[in-house]
Design a binder for this molecule. Structure first.
Ligand code: SAM
Length: 282
């Protein structure tokens, strides 16, 4: 079954009385090159487990089942379950879990479902409305995964993979860099989807660090400092941190002096080391 053929998709969906939900970010891939390329980029083998978020009608799932030992796909929309039963009937290394990826206990799910796997990776064409929360949950929950390959809106991908200290950097960039090495793999135009969204996409890869690269005194305070530094992007880092974290300008000025940091510096110019030093002194 060619799951990239518009004709085939229309026939399956109408047979199941399915209509697209914009709210669930349902834009299905129709470019035949994209899913094989995403699956190949995982360098998976029969010992690899892959967790997919949002299989849709299974176009990416199918490619994942071909390269990995086991695939578990979490789909929120119950209406897609009978569709997936039909489109992926040939694969016995697949399990579909009906649920909301933001509400499931992913640690438990991974422990239970991938017992026989030597490595677990996440691969997905993420619904746009939960891109950052899903990625942040995957990173912050310290799950036993080693790689994340996901399709996201282009602007989100550029921010996630930006260099800390560059114009595109934001709080999420710092978080990604803290936990992983990031890379944009390739572009995917809006015409590659049905229905076509108003934005283009990119596929990104986040390789989770095995060894911690950055040591901070207090992780919670570090991430609060980072969020506050980027909360008021038009202001200087000093003012943004002071206004949103409720710390006096005098205290922060002294810290900036101690670190020989320009008091007019914007947060996007701060390096990881600068941000860590500021948070460690607060
Ligand atoms: N993987 C398919 C593809 O590439 O064509 C579909 C991708 S579509 C962009 C996003 C999918 O995520 C949809 O199937 C949607 O129903 C599902 N989804 C949306 N919110 C979800 C959530 N909170 N948890 C799990 N799946 C979700």
């Amino acid at each position: 079954m060619d799951l990239c053929s518009i004709d085939t998709i229309k026939k399956i969906l109408s047979r199941h009385g399915f209509t697209f939900s914009k709210a669930l970010g349902q834009n299905f891939l129709i470019d035949p090159d994209v899913c094989p390329a995403m699956a190949q980029s995982l360098n998976a083998d029969e010992k690899t487990g892959v967790l997919e978020v949002g299989p849709g009608i299974g176009v990416l799932t199918k490619e994942l089942c071909k390269v990995a030992g086991k695939v578990v796909s979490v789909e929120l929309d119950k209406r897609l379950l009978p569709v997936l039963d039909e489109t992926l009937a040939e694969f016995d290394n697949l399990e579909i879990v009906n649920g909301d990826v933001m509400k499931l206990d992913l640690k438990l799910l991974i422990e239970e479902k991938f017992q026989d796997c030597t490595s677990v990776k996440v691969c997905a064409n993420l619904p746009y409305y939960i891109t950052s929360p899903v990625i942040m949950t995957l990173l912050e929950s310290k799950l036993p995964i080693d790689e994340i390959v996901v399709m996201v809106q282009r602007e989100a991908g550029e921010r996630l993979c930006a260099e800390v200290g560059s114009r595109d950097a934001g709080a999420v960039t710092v978080a990604v860099n803290y936990y992983a090495e990031s890379e944009i793999l390739f572009d995917v135009g809006r015409e590659s989807f049905m229905p076509s969204p108003k934005v283009d996409s990119v596929v990104i890869k986040l390789k989770l660090r095995k060894e911690q690269k950055y040591i901070v005194n207090d992780e919670k305070r570090f991430f609060t400092t980072v969020k506050c530094a980027f909360a008021q992007r038009r202001k200087t880092a000093l003012n943004s941190i002071s206004n949103t974290m409720g710390i006096s300008k005098k205290t922060l000025s002294d810290i900036f002096d101690e670190l020989s940091l320009d008091k007019n510096i914007r947060s996007e110019k701060l390096t990881m080391e600068d941000l860590i030093s500021i948070s460690d002194r607060l």
